[in-house]
Design a protein around this ligand. Sequence first.
Ligand code: NAG
Ligand code: NAG
Ligand code: NAG
Ligand code: NAG
Ligand code: NAG
Ligand code: NAG
Ligand code: NAG
Ligand code: NAG
Ligand code: NAG
Ligand code: NAG
Ligand code: NAG
Length: 460
Amino acid sequence: MKSYTSLLLSFGALAAAAPQVTLTPLSGPIPPVRSPEVTGPTSHGPYSGTPTVTGALTAPAVAESIAPGPPNPVTYSNDNGLLQAGYEPIPYQPAGGAGTNGSLPYYHPMSDFDYQSFALALHQEWIELDLFHNGLARFTTSEWEAAGLSAEDRFLIEFMADQEVGHATLISNILGAAAPAQCTYNYPFETVREFLDFCQKLTRFGESGVYGFLGHLDSRESATLLLQSITTEARQQFVFRQMTGLFPMPVWFEVGIPQSWAWTLLAPYISSCPANNTRLAWQNFPALSVLNQPDVFKINPDLGPPSNDTGANPSNDTGIAKSNQCYSTNVVGEDCGSAITHNRSIPLSYPGRPVHFSWGNVGEAVGPNNSYITARSPLADAPRFAMFVSQLNATYVPLVNISGNTASCVQPNMSTYAGDPAANGTMFIALTSQDPYVTPFNLSMVNPYVYSGPALYQAG
Ligand SMILES: *[C@@H]1O[C@H](CO)[C@@H](O)[C@H](O)[C@H]1NC(C)=O
Ligand SMILES: *[C@@H]1O[C@H](CO)[C@@H](O)[C@H](O)[C@H]1NC(C)=O
Ligand SMILES: *[C@@H]1O[C@H](CO)[C@@H](O)[C@H](O)[C@H]1NC(C)=O
Ligand SMILES: *[C@@H]1O[C@H](CO)[C@@H](O)[C@H](O)[C@H]1NC(C)=O
Ligand SMILES: *[C@@H]1O[C@H](CO)[C@@H](O)[C@H](O)[C@H]1NC(C)=O
Ligand SMILES: *[C@@H]1O[C@H](CO)[C@@H](O)[C@H](O)[C@H]1NC(C)=O
Ligand SMILES: *[C@@H]1O[C@H](CO)[C@@H](O)[C@H](O)[C@H]1NC(C)=O
Ligand SMILES: *[C@@H]1O[C@H](CO)[C@@H](O)[C@H](O)[C@H]1NC(C)=O
Ligand SMILES: *[C@@H]1O[C@H](CO)[C@@H](O)[C@H](O)[C@H]1NC(C)=O
Ligand SMILES: *[C@@H]1O[C@H](CO)[C@@H](O)[C@H](O)[C@H]1NC(C)=O
Ligand SMILES: *[C@@H]1O[C@H](CO)[C@@H](O)[C@H](O)[C@H]1NC(C)=O
């Protein structure tokens, strides 16, 4: 296990010039190019200073939006299942593929798009490393046990924090000298259950944030390494859902989201970063709140005071009537204690459910040192649609009752294939000015029309 990790890191670290490494029992691990600060930040909480720089990293923009174009030339088709090229490079290797001809892998960014995507992913790994440790440190053994989590469960969270050390090291090595360093953070949870819910939401946008750009990277080599870390993150999201008593995987496909969506969700939890930390180029959209977020701690989410959750904030675990606390019952269909899986008799959400929103403004300071500024494109001139993004699908519904910074919509009835309800699990909603048709590989084309959000939506 240990030596395999070292081998993987050395691929990232040594890049093109790397000689083939064969570990023997005598060879020690190869030190990474840049070791993460594994001790983590010493403090938590909001930032109250004045930033020395503000705004995203920018260069002159060529246009406000990108027009849909024709497909790339298609040079291959296969209607009979046979080998079409008429040769194989070596026995048992069908012709084609990228990076299969012996060219030396280069495990580093090949464009600003790559660099900025990896810098964002590194910020995500850093916060996870700190968050998992902070949750373990913040609550007492009796608080953990009252929430139904044993010492073995807590060791699993500790192990997940250790995984983040590896992920942060890997991505730091891919980025090289200017990789962003770890920051300090400000978390929105007060109880063990809120911590777990925040973790299942944060890992959802971490995972989906990578799926959104993985296939678009110029560096396939770096994409391969990142995929090998993000599949671990996917397992973390699954585990945190189980710890909050949710059905672990109520979807057939995991959704991808654009980088600016992930950065909008992540930035509010970063309070400050070290001086001269690499700055990001992604957009911070005005924050979106779901005023009646389905509350994972309730048996009937529509009973009692609704949970007003901004961005990826967790549901509020205090002030729920005991008779409606799903962790205070053993009844099948109501019980949401930590478990492999639970059914819910009353779904968290359903097609036809009214969903109410409020949103923030442009020009608000967010993120590290309050040094990023919320913005929207001139094409996002007014809020007109709520865009539900889940699985393979993006579905717009009209906003109604628009008044000031609030509006409502009705949850759509959307499916992927064969009646599988697309709106399920921990998913995303953004408000938009227009409803361009987008599919998983061109979802980011909607960004110029995003008015606010995204926020997480706890469907199911
Ligand atoms: C952010 O705050 C930290 C801690 O006070 C400081 O060292 C750093 O220079 C600040 N960065 C910016 C961009 O203002
Ligand atoms: C996105 O791709 C789909 C095809 O999958 C295409 O029909 C649509 O026009 C594209 N949208 C934009 C905004 O480019
Ligand atoms: C392998 O393919 C790449 C991309 O097509 C090409 O640039 C490179 O020259 C090829 N290398 C060899 C050894 O053929
Ligand atoms: C949850 O709501 C209670 C009041 O009902 C409030 O005191 C507490 O701060 C809230 N928790 C969070 C994390 O917002
Ligand atoms: C930040 O970078 C500037 C310019 O390179 C340098 O003069 C300054 O000392 C750096 N500050 C810190 C705290 O590293
Ligand atoms: C919901 O929460 C946001 C963020 O805290 C706040 O700005 C907004 O006023 C709240 N809305 C309601 C209706 O409580
Ligand atoms: C769980 O839910 C499924 C789907 O609604 C149902 O078929 C199954 O019988 C339920 N199982 C239990 C034990 O409630
Ligand atoms: C919009 O407002 C009307 C009138 O108050 C109300 O009947 C309707 O349910 C609201 N729509 C949504 C989706 O909340
Ligand atoms: C959603 O659509 C499916 C398939 O068309 C249909 O069977 C189901 O009744 C619809 N549900 C609602 C609540 O409209
Ligand atoms: C969801 O996406 C799948 C795959 O692209 C597509 O077949 C299906 O029609 C979409 N459903 C909706 C409601 O858009
Ligand atoms: C979400 O998935 C769960 C698990 O398959 C299922 O029981 C539930 O009915 C689904 N919710 C909706 C709204 O379709």
